[in-house]
Each structure stands twice: as C-alpha cells, then as structure tokens.
Design a protein around this ligand. Sequence first.
Ligand code: PHE
Ligand code: ZN
Length: 865
Amino acid sequence: MSHAAEVFRKDYRLPAFLVDQVDLAFDIRERTTVQARLQLRRNPAVAIADEPLVLDGRGFDLLEVAVDDRRLGVGDYQRTDDRLQIAVVPDRFTLRIVTQLDPEQNTTLEGLYRSGSMLCTQCEARGFSRITYYPDRPDVLSRFSVRVEADAQRFPVLLSNGNPVESGALPDGRHYTVWDDPFLKPCYLFALVAGDLACIEDHYTTASGRDVALRFYVDHGNEARVPHAMASLKRAMRWDEQVYGLEYDLDLYMVVAARDFNMGAMENKGLNLFNARYVLASPQTATDADYDGIESVIAHEYFHNWTGNRVTCRDWFQLSLKEGLTVFRDQCFSQDLNGEAVHRIQSVRQLRTVQFPEDAGPMAHPVRPDSYVEINNFYTATVYEKGAEIVRMIQTLLGRDTFIAGVQRYLREHDGSAATIEDFLAAHEAESGRNLDGFRRWYSQPGTPLVTITDEYDARSRVYRLRLKQSHAPSPNGAPKQMVPIPIRFALRDHDGRRISVSPQPPLLPAPDLILLEDEEAVLNVPDIGSSPNPSFLLGFSAPVRLQFAYTSDQLVSLLLDEEDGFARWEAAQRLMLNAFFELQASGPGDDTRALLDALQRLAARPVEDRALLAELLRMPSESYLASQVQPLDAARLTSARDALRLRIAQALTGPLSVWSAAAPEEPGASNAARRALANVSLWYLMSTRVNRVLDIGLKQAASPNMTVAFGALTALNDIDCPQREAAMDAFLQRFRHEPLVLDKWFALQAGSAIGQGVERVRSLLQHPDFTPNPNRLRAVLGTFWRENLRAYHRADGAGYRLLGDQIAHLDRSNPQIAARLCDGLLGWKDIVPPQNQLLRAVLVDLSQQPLSADVGEKIGKALL
Ligand code: PHE
Ligand code: ZN
C-alpha cells in the first residue's frame, strides 16, 4: 500500500512566501537543464517571521541552489522525496535553482515529457514541481518570463505562455525564443512546447476591435484537420463576449495538439495543450460526435481564460470553482449552438451513467471535497459534471440575467487572484439579495438525492395535490445528511394534452412551473382542476436527483408523444425502455414490453420533425447505465435481456427503421448529421435481426468515406457474429492503420464486442502489432472493455477482472494517472452478484499487496474499506 498522506481542506494555510517574478531558462539537449530564478518575499499576511522556505519538487536532478547569487552547500538546505527546505532566508531574496530533467524517460505525462517528436509540459495539478522547486499550489501567483533554447532543426517551434518578445540564432545550429506572460498566474498554468510542428494561423477581432492571432500547432500532414477546431474557437470567443461580456486579453491564442495526453485538454494561459482527438477532424476520420466533442472542449478551455485563469482556485478543494462553472458554460454554449434538448439529453446521460454511480460508490465525495490523498483522483465527474449541475440550479433559481451579473461580479471582485467556492456564492448573494446557504450544502455533501412524488386528485373539491419528499442515503461516515434546495420544473396537462397553468404560490418559485423543494417535504395544492391531470417532472432535468413517481404506462406514452420539453420526452422513453428491460429480465415479455413497442410504433407513425431528437428517443440505454439500475449486477442476465429488447424493437419497427436507415448522407452539416444519427440508430436495431441483406448493407456502409456512416455501420455490426463483421473490421484496419485517432476506434470496437471470447480478444489486442500504450489507446481497449463489454468483463471465472487488475498493476509503474482511471472498473465489487463479487474483491486485495502509486493506492484502499 502507499503511505501518501491525506490532505485536508480545513488545514489550509496562506503561503508563507510569495513569488513576484519567475524567470525560467530551458536548455533542451539530450537532457533538459532548467534554471529558475525566483523573486521571493515573505507573505506579509502571515505572522510567523522566521518560517523556513519550503518548496515542492521531485523527479529531477538538482544541480544548484543559490540565494542572492550565493551558492548553497548541501548543508545549507534539506531535501526529502518531494521537498526542499532552506531554514534561514532573508525576507526578500532571489533564489536560483538549477535542475536537470529527462523528458525522454518521463512516462507519467506530467511535468516535461516527450509526445511524438515534440517536448511538452503538463503542470495541472502538480506537474510544475517535476520541473523545478517551487511553491506548487494555485494560490501563489506570479509573473513568468521564459527562455527556451534548443536545436533549430529538431525543434524549430519554441512556445510558452504570453507574448514572444525575442528570438534568434545561436552557435551550433541552435536557437532560442523568449516569452513573457503579462498576467499573473499560478504555476499549474505554465506551459512549454518545443517541436517540429505545422502552424495554422487565423485571426479574430474582439468586440472592442482588438486583433487576436489564433495559432494551431499540429503534426505536419494534419493541417487540413484544423478548420473545425479553429471555427469552434471563434464561435466560443464570440459567445463569451455576447453572453458574459468577456473578451480575450492577450494578442495571441495558441493551441497545440499532442498525441499523448492524460486528459482532454489543458487551459494554460495563452497556450492550450490538447489531446489531439479534441483538435483534429475531417469528415473522413472523425464522427459527428467527435465534431461536437471538439467544439465543446475547445470552448471549455477557452472559457477557462476567465473562469480559471483570470480568477483561479485558492486550493485544489475548490477545483469545481473553475471546472463546474466552466463545464456549465461550455454546456450552455453547445446548447445555444446545437439545439437545447438533444445536447441536454446527452449531458444527462453522461451524468447518470458516470457521476451517479461514482456518487454511490467508494470514491463518492462532495463537489467540494474535504480531503484527498492524490488530487489527480479528484478530477471527477462529480467535481466537473455535478459541479456544473449545481451552477445550473443557481442560474435556474436566480434567473439568467441575475446569474450572469453574479458571475461578472465574482470575476470583477477576484480578478487576478485565487478564490473559493464561497467567494462565488457570496458574489451571487450580493448580486441577487438571496441567501444561498442551501447551495453550500449541495457543495458539501456527497450522494444523489432521491425525490419521491405522489399525487392525488379529489373530484369533489376539484383539488389536485402533489406531495414531494427528498431523502438522502446515509453517508458512509454516519454524518447526518442535510436537506438541499431542489428546483423541480414541472408541467400539468389535461386529457387533451393542453397545458394547465398553475398560479404562483409556495412552494412554487419564482416561475409558475418551478417547485422549489427546500425542506424534507412539500405539498402543492392546485385548485380548480376538472379531472386528474398528467404530470411531468424535472423538465430539462432541472436538478441532479433521482426522481420516483409512479407514472402509468399511458402517462409515459403521452409524455413521449406529446410533451413539448424534449428532455421530458426522452425521459419518458427511457422509463418505458427500462420497464420493458426489467420485465424481460425478470419474466419475459408482458404488458411493459407491449406498452413500449406500442409507444414506439405510434412515435414512428408520426411525421418526423426533429431527427436528432428522434434518434435520442429511440436509443436504448447503454449496458453501463442499465448496470447502475440493477442491484446486484448479474451481467449475463442483463446483457441477454438487453439483446432481447433490441431485437423486439427491431422486429416491431422494421418498416420505419428500414426507411430511416437508408437515409445516411455523406455530406457534412447539422441537418445531415441529424439524418446520420437517426440512420445509425436505426441500422443498429435492424442488424440484430441478422437478415443477410441488412448485414450486407452494414458491410457496404462500413467502407463509406464518411466516418459517421462508417463507424455507425461498424457499431451496428459489432455484436453480430457474422462474416460481414469480420470483413468490415479487417478492411477498416487496413484503411486506417496509419491514422492513430481512427485506429483507436477500431480497438474500441474490438474491445467492446459481445461476440466470441472477449477476454482473450482483449488480451490479444494488447499484443497487437498496432497497439501502443498511449492513453487514448489504453482507454479505447481497457476502458471500453470494462465499461461497455459487461458480458466479457464480468465473465463467471473472473478472468476479466484479473486482466484489468494485471494491466493496472503494470501501468501504475509508468503512468499512475491512467492506471488510477482504469481502477474505476474495479471499485464496484459490492454491487455484483455473489460469488463473482468475491472474484473482483480478490483482485483488489491482490493489488493492495503490491507497491502502488498514491493514485491507485487511494482508490483501491477506499474500495476495500
Ligand atoms: N483543467 C483541464 C480541464 O478541464 C483538465 C486537466 C486536468 C488536464 C489535469 C490535465 C491535467 O479543462
Ligand atoms: Zn476544465
């Protein structure tokens, strides 16, 4: 086990020393030498006068330490694994640190590392202290100037944050560039890139008329795949000006695409680093979903320039201050641009599939955690997505204009400094005059609240009554759960489908269609109702809760067919599908299955208005979502029932599915993308009939020049054991062998396929000549395996668990962050049927007896508690 220490939020102390200026000089050779000159002074806000200087640092060779140009001997300072301490220093001084790094050997992808032929950095959360000694914490803000020197041929491009101020040639074929960033920043926003990269440049004129150069740096040959990311960036810049009144603040904005990257992307000031999959796209290599992902990640990182960079976090417990808010902003951007309902449905699907289970498992934590062992383990769906939901609820409650004014006030009050979630709430309180204590509780307690609603109609008094109740699962440490404010948007309809308006009264606030459930219980009496109405709750998914209401099948069918709120229609479809799934799993087809099929047939008989929405309405819940809905998980039963449901839907809707699946256009554009989405989901169902003509269509479309069409066909074929699948997969591999991002798709399909011996196939994928242990490839194989291939992963003999466990142990030695991500597949052993749960537990125990990183150690330790 690891002995890494737990860090507590309550232990926060102001930094003892401040850094006014950082001058870095990188000398890139076989190894890289870094000279750091720090202008340090004691923090006047801290009383203790003779506190020693303590700096963070690890993983490099230390060549020199000098205080005010006086070189220190080894007796003048102390070093531990991850610290440097100098007992006696002046109140104000210059510290020179010279370190030597070996980026070639750095497999953690943190600090300075090599990706392809370039060198790049990743500093969030604590990667900067792999470069030099420094107070590696987000509340120490400084001005950075950076000189980079390297071989001119191997590294013609030398980048860092801010503005280029000087560059020139040096003897021996070397050259240098100096960068200066005028904005104060914490070291986690530092970045450096050295490489031989193509540059695509464009321009943006800000609202106030300033010209900003936009530069994308990508591997040579990928230039033609940048336009979508570039256009997305300009849309994001415009949107932030129009909606939040926020303009970009430097004259240059750079994005670099790296092949090897642990996360999605990184918002370093003026120099974003991206996982290449969130930059590069062409219709031949990227799906429509990839296009959407690029647009939202580009926007996300851009939006961080204000919510994250101009105002940063005091400590890492406040991570959701920048991430929850920025996810919320990127979600609003995507909703505004691409249609509200469909985008909201996709966000909710993600939240329910990943965040809800996380919040019910051993790694459950508040959006603002109280403690952590390894901060990298807290870049979670809870901090990001649940954090965004809390911000969304605040907006719902305050109204959009007041909310935006509150964000602007928060940015104004904290510009150039490090803030807390409390500061964010306080700004909204000041702006709106409302008390937000209830939201403090949303931030501080884990778990997904359950809202139970019952209704009754009294024909004599003509009163319709709703009773609402919130409840919270007890927290693991026994702390009592507190009630939280839950905004529930709802609608009542009469039997002709007409909306019944409800006059404002408590607990309705502030709009007539919004219930604010603040206490444990609330009752809403609606007078003057002629007959029992059809209710619909949580329109637009107005709160991140589970909601229980005994909808009848008829009510769900009418919601699916006639509700205006797209999200509510989808929710009705999901409930109908879940009911049918449970029925098939328990006893075979009956009333619920009939109700679903009947509803879908009626849906299909209607003229199609919104194809993208229809595609979502038809889509079946994923294996992993279903897994979160059954207790305990019996993967073999689950997958059989899901297969049966797929086939029944295909048989009941063969006519319309055939029509829709035939219309998969190959040209780009949103309306074509909607057609493709509908065609792909249709083909997916039809394929389950195993009719030869359909299998042949799959084989043919898998060769389409349009990646959405091709990938849709492969996805449809993927679980069907037939020669067409084999032929299509082989052809795809040959065609894209030299396209890493597309090859990831092939690996993911293989790892997720239900056919044959999944465990053996995954094992051979890891030995495949085209396999490399790059994070994207690892996620494609192992992430897809545990998340989307329940049948193979939960094989009765535990071979799937052992395979994942072995890989985690192995990867932990090179890249602990990636290893720890994959641990999520091991954490849920308590939710699995016996005796399989014990096989999974044995893998955890086995791992716990090996030497582990803090990352993996923390997760395994918590899972075994
Ligand atoms: N801050 C990055 C983002 O959301 C995520 C990230 C965290 C990237 C840590 C790398 C390392 O936008
Ligand atoms: Zn972010």
